[in-house]
Design a protein around this ligand. Structure first.
Ligand SMILES: NC(=O)c1ccc[n+]([C@@H]2O[C@H](COP(=O)([O-])OP(=O)(O)OC[C@H]3O[C@@H](n4cnc5c(N)ncnc54)[C@H](OP(=O)(O)O)[C@@H]3O)[C@@H](O)[C@H]2O)c1
Length: 236
């Protein structure tokens, strides 16, 4: 890596929010390492912009530890870790345990192991951050998506514990977004119903997460918090 700046690691950055944040950081001259699971056009885009890309699957302890070893071959320092990789798996009858474990692995086990084993890389940077991308749904629970919500709530609990453990060298925070970007197959009725849930009523896109990330990276007095980015859903 040619730059003397320590890189920011973003997990699951082949598309949408992770891809946007990686592109914005690279545009500012900040070196970035990203993980991706599937080969998508975004991976090549990031390579062309100078990102280091690592294929990683966070589905088991073994695969997470293998990723950490690969990461340490690439760099001996990190400016920040952004835990963005996420899976939304419906709880279908007979497969609930499998769905729970898949989301537990990506939302809790992977951040837990990466934080523990990569703290030494962050400590080589003068300023260091861990940022967990959680979900606003943890504020009130979800009768329909119990496992997804529980695993994201667990991620917010990691924020509190790691903020205490790693202070003052490493700040640790969460960003909890509500709907940012629709999926291309979301129908009109779903879009109207979803937009009506927030006070601000817009589909903001990925830039609001980049802005939140920037705020947390730049602010020296915030740790152990969850930044709500929900368009005012809680006041509606
Ligand atoms: N978009 C929203 O409206 C919204 C709302 C609330 C919260 N959030 C949160 O914001 C973050 C970004 O959202 P997004 O919509 O950009 O997410 P997304 O499109 O679903 O992308 C997440 C990425 O995570 C990667 N991933 C999933 N499971 C993985 C695994 N087991 N191992 C390794 N990588 C895995 C996927 O990689 P591949 O594509 O390479 O397979 C995927 O590209 C997520 O944490 C999400 O929960 C988003």
């Amino acid at each position: 890596m040619a730059s003397s700046l320590a890189p920011v690691l973003i997990t699951g950055a082949s598309q949408r929010v992770g891809l946007h944040c990686a592109e914005r950081l690279l545009g500012e001259g900040q070196p970035v390492i990203v993980t991706y699971r599937s080969e998508r056009p975004g991976v090549q885009r990031l390579k062309d912009l100078g990102a280091v890309t690592i294929q990683a699957e966070f589905s088991s302890q073994e695969s997470v530890m293998a990723f950490i070893a690969q990461l340490k071959d690439e760099t001996d320092s990190l400016r920040a870790i952004v835990h963005n990789a996420s899976q939304w798996v419906a709880e279908t009858e007979g497969e609930e345990g499998d769905a729970f474990m898949r989301m537990y692995n990506v939302h809790m086990l992977a951040p837990y192991l990466i934080n523990l084993h990569c703290a030494e890389l962050l400590r080589h940077s003068k300023t260091a951050d861990i940022i967990h991308i959680s979900d606003d749904v943890t504020r009130k629970g979800s009768s329909k998506h119990i496992a997804y919500c529980a695993s994201k709530a667990g991620m917010e609990s990691l924020t509190l514990s790691f903020a205490a453990k790693f202070a003052p060298a490493i700040k640790v925070n969460s960003i909890a977004p509500a709907m940012l970007m629709f999926q291309s197959d979301d129908d009109a009725e779903y879009r109207v119903r979803t937009l009506a849930k927030s006070a601000l009523g817009i589909e903001p896109g990925a830039e609001v997460i980049y802005q939140s990330l920037r705020y947390l990276l730049d602010n020296p007095y915030v740790t152990g918090t969850t930044l709500t980015v929900n368009g005012g859903r809680h006041v509606k």
